[in-house]
Design a protein. Structure first.
Length: 231
């Protein structure tokens, strides 16, 4: 496998140069800024523990990996882009099941496995039905649906702070996903494309979700639960 193979998947890239996608590259700063803001907010609430720290670090890695992909634009850089994104999705779902839904770790783990199966099957079905239309965005639809569905369930059982936060996150994600999908479709009219808006909104989304976990997540300690924030 040629790990140095060049990849050209976005409207803005017109050549092989390092800065051939300046907007797509620079807007990855949104992830780093989001990580810093989320850490500061969580620290002020006394809510920084290992799950929050893991999510903050992964958010920074998302920005770094995406920056590499939109500058170097090779197969290995694609992995540097994709892997942190998938790690954030998996770990956030796991922590949400633990701290929002109140499941024990084994239950949160099983729910996460079920979510991964749902995502794999959903991506396959959507790829067959809507692959050419979605411009490679079909893999993000299952996480979007999970945000909305889990948020709705949490609202229905009284965890309104956590629930509405996930629903709000789902709406932000839906808008950002729309801009990712439209990137190549609008290329003729807007040569810069719209992928950079996906980066900006997703930076907002990841920071928002980490802050929601710090605010509304229930941290279970010995002697009883400790509320991360009022629901």
């Amino acid at each position: 496998m040629d790990w140095s193979r060049a990849i050209d998947s976005y409207c803005e890239r017109l050549g092989p140069g390092f800065w051939a996608e300046p907007w797509n590259a620079v807007t990855n700063a949104a992830f780093v800024i989001a990580a810093v803001v989320a850490y500061i907010v969580a620290a002020r609430r006394g809510a920084v523990d290992w799950p929050i720290a893991v999510l903050v670090v992964i958010t920074v890695l998302v920005g770094i990996g995406s920056f590499l992909f939109h500058t170097v634009a090779t197969l290995w850089a694609l992995l540097a882009d994709v892997i942190p994104i998938q790690l954030f999705i998996v770990f956030y779902f796991l922590f949400a099941m633990r701290r929002f839904a109140g499941l024990p770790w084994w239950g949160a783990g099983l729910a996460t496995v079920a979510f991964l199966v749902f995502s794999f099957l959903g991506e396959g079905v959507l790829g067959e039905w809507l692959g050419p239309v979605m411009n490679g965005s079909e893999g993000y639809v299952p996480p979007l649906l999970a945000l909305l569905m889990v948020g709705g369930v949490l609202v229905s059982v009284g965890r309104t702070g956590a629930g509405w936060s996930l629903i709000a996150g789902g709406l932000i994600f839906a808008v950002s996903l729309t801009f990712r999908t439209l990137d190549m479709a609008v290329c003729g009219q807007f040569p810069r494309g719209t992928h950079f808006i996906w980066h900006t909104l997703n930076g907002v989304l990841l920071g928002f979700l980490v802050i929601a976990l710090a605010r509304y997540g229930v941290v279970r300690r010995r002697g009883g639960p400790k509320e991360g924030g009022a629901a």
